[in-house]
Each structure stands twice: as structure tokens, then as C-alpha cells.
Design a protein. Structure first.
Length: 148
């Protein structure tokens, strides 16, 4: 079954992509949840027209993301956390703290755009996070966890 996605879905596709999914997944989950519509011939024509209209806007957004990527390149963050004497963090550091640090520096970034390569950060050290500014534009940010 072919469906047109109405929103970005991890491991499936981005908004306005035409993807092939199993019939049950499309009929019982994606379409009723409003995440996709059935890719009928008339829906495909409307989709093609919408794609033409959005192409210019998309290019402008991509250019803005590339400009932000150039500014963010090489940015290093320092995040303070309460630690024990051995360097273990009480709690953990997650994308919320990284997003707050980037916002303090003037970069408007949502925490959902940030992914950390390590699952859970529980120790003091230097780590890397990936900020997805656009579906084609990503930037790696180095951040250091220090004890307060």
C-alpha cells in the first residue's frame, strides 16, 4: 500500500514522502492517526502540485539551516552537573540541558532536534551530540560535562 506522509516519522520517511507500507500498518495506524493519506491517483496529483509550490520555500529553509550550521560549527558547550567525588553524575545529562545551553548562546534549537550518540551520560567527560537542523543539514556539537 502506498501512502503520502503528513508528518515526519522516524525510520519511515519525511513529510510529503510517498512510501510503501504494509496494508495493516497503513489502514489501521497511519491513516486513522492522521499521519498519512492513501496515495490515490487524485491524491498524487494534488501532492505533485503541492510539491511544486513548496519547493521554493523548502530551498529557503534549507539555506537558513545551512547558515545556522556554519555558525554552530565548532561550538563547544560546557554543562555543569552535580557529581560525586568519583566523577559520577547524580541523575544524567540529556538533550534538555544541551538545548538550554545552545539557546543561551543564541541558537534557537528544540530538544527534539538533538540526539546524543551515547544513550545515558552518567560521568564527567567530553561527548558529542548531533543537531538535526533540517532533514539534509546536521551539525555535530561537542559538549563537556563538568562538576559544579
Amino acid at each position: 500500500m502506498d501512502v503520502i506522509l503528513k508528518q515526519d516519522l522516524p525510520n519511515l520517511g519525511h513529510i510529503d514522502d510517498v512510501v510503501t507500507v504494509k496494508d495493516g500498518y497503513g489502514r489501521n495506524y497511519l491513516i486513522p492517526q492522521g499521519m498519512a493519506i492513501l496515495a490515490t491517483p487524485s491524491a498524487r496529483k494534488m501532492h505533485a502540485e503541492n510539491q511544486k509550490q513548496r519547493a521554493h520555500k523548502e530551498e529557503k529553509i534549507r539555506e537558513e539551516a545551512a547558515a545556522l550550521q556554519a555558525k554552530m560549527e565548532g561550538t563547544k558547550l560546557t554543562i555543569g552537573a552535580k557529581t560525586s567525588s568519583t566523577g559520577k553524575i547524580f541523575g544524567s545529562v540529556n538533550t534538555i540541558q544541551i538545548a538550554e545551553s545552545l539557546n543561551k548562546l543564541g541558537f534557537e534549537v528544540d530538544r527534539k532536534q538533538i540526539s546524543i550518540k551515547e544513550d545515558i551520560i552518567k560521568e564527567v567527560g567530553v561527548y558529542t551530540a548531533t543537531v538535526k537542523l533540517h532533514k539534509d543539514v546536521k551539525v555535530d556539537i561537542e559538549f563537556e560535562i563538568v562538576s559544579e
